[in-house]
Design a protein around this ligand. Structure first.
Ligand code: MF3
Ligand code: CO
Ligand code: CO
Length: 269
């Protein structure tokens, strides 16, 4: 069962967690990552996104956890599956994957009250050269953002590192969605922007838990949400990619809670 809320809020109203809390995030992050390892073998042309989602839900519930997204603001699925020009929050359903589709699968589970949130890119069938380049740059963007995470650096440093790299590659960095604090809640302070200025924003302190989850487009950064109220797409219909890790700031740097136990975060194919 959930413990009482841990830690305290710092001056920027960001929760500071203690060493026992890292253990909770480690277990939850690992389970979320394992669900994404599990699904890799099932991503292929002909499968529906609804089938993939069902497997993920069964896996999470089979492990004694629950999905954080089922029932979240009316969302009814255990994953978001975002194909090609869908930026994020794609709704699983009857859509059939076809050869060459790239897709992000984003899972958040709750284990013993702790939220583990992670996403990766997959391909159905054969990966095109331009999609491969986008996916590789997006993964590198996340890892460069994570490289900035250590006490004394700022949230602006994370965004600036991602923006500098992705824009140098002529990619569009999505502004309309961001990473977030998490822990015993799904979304909390601060907003973790994937663009920004060096040295700007709150200072990183040991015990902060948050996600970094850059969305990078082959075209312009602008997005719009479809009439279903969830699905976000690129306005210019260019391809979009995303990777997400949940991490905690340590004295030395950071700990990634959602590393793939199978070593399949990138590439998944
Ligand atoms: N997992 C997403 C994130 O990275 C949030 C999904 S909310 C949902 O923050 F309702 F769309 F599932
Ligand atoms: Co997230
Ligand atoms: Co997520």
């Amino acid at each position: 069962m959930n413990r009482a809320t841990t830690g305290y809020l710092n001056k920027d109203r960001i929760r500071i967690h203690d060493p026992a809390d890292f253990e909770g995030m480690r277990a939850s992050g690992r389970l979320a990552a394992q669900s994404l390892d599990m699904i890799a073998d099932y991503v292929k042309p002909g499968v529906t996104t609804g089938e993939l989602d069902k497997r993920i839900q069964d896996f999470i519930e089979g492990a004694g956890a629950i999905s954080a997204t089922i029932g979240y603001r009316g969302y009814q699925h255990a994953s978001c599956i975002s194909i090609n020009h869908v930026v994020c929050h794609g709704i699983p359903g009857d859509k059939v994957l076809k050869d060459g589709d790239i897709l992000n699968i984003d899972v958040t589970c709750i284990l013993d009250g702790w939220f583990g949130d992670t996403s990766r890119m997959y391909v159905a069938g054969k990966l095109s050269r331009k999609a491969e380049r986008l996916v590789e740059i997006t993964h590198q963007s996340l890892m460069l953002g994570i490289d900035q995470v250590k006490p004394g650096n700022t949230f602006g440093d994370i965004g600036a590192a991602i923006q500098r790299f992705a824009e140098a590659k002529r990619m569009g960095v999505v502004r309309d969605f961001c990473g977030h604090g998490l822990g015993q809640v799904f979304h909390s302070e601060p907003n973790v922007l994937h663009y920004g200025r060096w040295g700007a924003g709150p200072v990183l302190e040991p015990g902060m838990f948050f996600t970094i989850e850059p969305m990078i487009n082959l075209g312009r950064p602008s997005t719009k949400v479809l009439s279903d109220g969830w699905t976000a797409v690129t306005k210019d219909r260019s391809l979009s990619a995303q990777f997400e890790h949940s991490i905690g700031v340590t004295e030395q740097g950071c700990e990634i809670f959602t590393l793939s136990p199978a070593g399949k975060f990138y590439p998944t194919w």
